[in-house]
Design a protein around this ligand. Structure first.
Ligand code: SAM
Length: 326
């Protein structure tokens, strides 16, 4: 196995894989339109995803995370989980989900080899949750969280995108859940995309941390054994759960970026926040073998930009978040 290293000496060992652009929610900050849908033929088949992951694993990718749209909208997702978790070189397969269908699938996914799960949850108030998600039922997600824990998909991480004047008054409620329920909560800064949704909604991570410390006590740095992403982790005194902070906009963590993104229609995206993509589906369907896929993946590493340009108001334009997978 070789090592996949980009032009800035970053080692790429993690691939986020979007399996569909369909979603059963319509989160206000994620999209302003869901009219565009990929055709069945445009979407990578499970065997094709496996071929790409196999090639990436041969180059040093060790972790795969499934996302969407909503990954659980794709039929028989556990079959893909099984295929990827049995792929040589892949140590971990995880899932990012809105949790609405997790109560039904958590056990099956665990049995298929899923290691852990991140669940998006932006409000603990049923009515507000429904408004932010365009009609979602909070109780479904809470049931999904419990099912994930029972199935042993640990640690279950709960991701909250903090939006000014939408849900920022709930930051302390979420933080308290690390004390009372052992939740692992991560606060994420809203990232502006070209759709302009929630343009002025971003609450800086620094402000979120300060408000928690003012009300609930000093945050103690915590170094979890799982996860090597962009979050900085802390604990409140005596809390069984943890708090993670992802300053996607105000704290540039591009220097540590270790990931690629594969879109549902088979394009490899070196950076979430850059429109540059490399088509893998076309070559794959023309018969590209593993060596050819490896060459394209290596090219993507070379083309990975040094850092994002959100600070200069340059956001991706071609795809919105639901078309990439976060
Ligand atoms: N449906 C799944 C879910 O809800 O987690 C996976 C797809 S969703 C696009 C992945 C993550 O992106 C979610 O945690 C969501 O909250 C986050 N997200 C979407 N738009 C965002 C934005 N503009 N800024 C920050 N996070 C965003």
């Amino acid at each position: 196995m070789t090592d996949l290293v980009d032009s800035f000496s970053r080692h790429i060992n993690y691939m986020r894989i979007s399996v569909t652009d369909r979603c059963d929610l319509r989160c206000i900050y994620c999209t302003d339109r869901f009219d565009y849908k990929l055709n069945h033929d445009d979407i990578l088949r499970y065997e094709e995803i496996q071929q790409i992951v196999q090639a990436a694993a041969g180059l040093g990718v060790k972790k795969a995370r499934l996302t969407g749209g909503e990954a659980l909208m794709r039929l028989h997702l556990s079959r893909l989980v099984e295929m990827l978790s049995q792929t040589e070189g892949i140590d971990e397969v995880s899932l990012t989900t809105n949790g609405t269908q997790l109560a039904q699938y958590a056990q099956e996914l665990k049995m298929a080899g899923l290691s852990r799960v991140n669940i998006s949850l932006d409000s603990l108030k049923p009515e507000r949750f429904g408004r932010i998600t365009g009609g979602g039922q909070l109780e479904d997600v809470l049931a999904g969280i419990e099912a994930a824990k029972e199935a042993g998909l640990n640690p279950v991480k709960l991701n909250m995108v903090v939006l000014r004047d939408e849900n920022d008054d709930e930051v302390l409620d979420f933080a308290r859940k690390t004390l009372t329920d052992g939740w692992h909560v991560r606060f994420i800064e809203y990232m502006p995309f070209a759709n302009g949704n929630g343009k002025n909604s971003m609450v800086p991570i620094h402000d979120i941390m300060s408000s928690i410390e003012r009300s609930l006590g000093k945050l103690e740095p915590h170094f979890p054994t799982s996860g090597n992403g962009p979050a900085r982790y802390y604990k409140l005194p005596d809390a069984p759960g943890t708090l993670g902070f992802i300053g996607a906009v105000t704290e540039c963590f591009c220097a540590e970026c270790n990931r690629f993104r594969l879109t549902a229609d088979g394009h490899l995206r070196p950076c979430l926040l850059d429109d540059d993509e490399i088509d893998l589906k076309g070559p794959l369907r023309c018969g590209a073998n593993t060596a050819e896929l490896e060459r394209l993946i290596q090219e993507a590493a070379i083309r990975k930009q040094q850092q994002h340009h959100l600070g200069e108001n340059r956001a991706p334009e071609k795809r919105q978040m639901w078309q990439i997978g976060g």
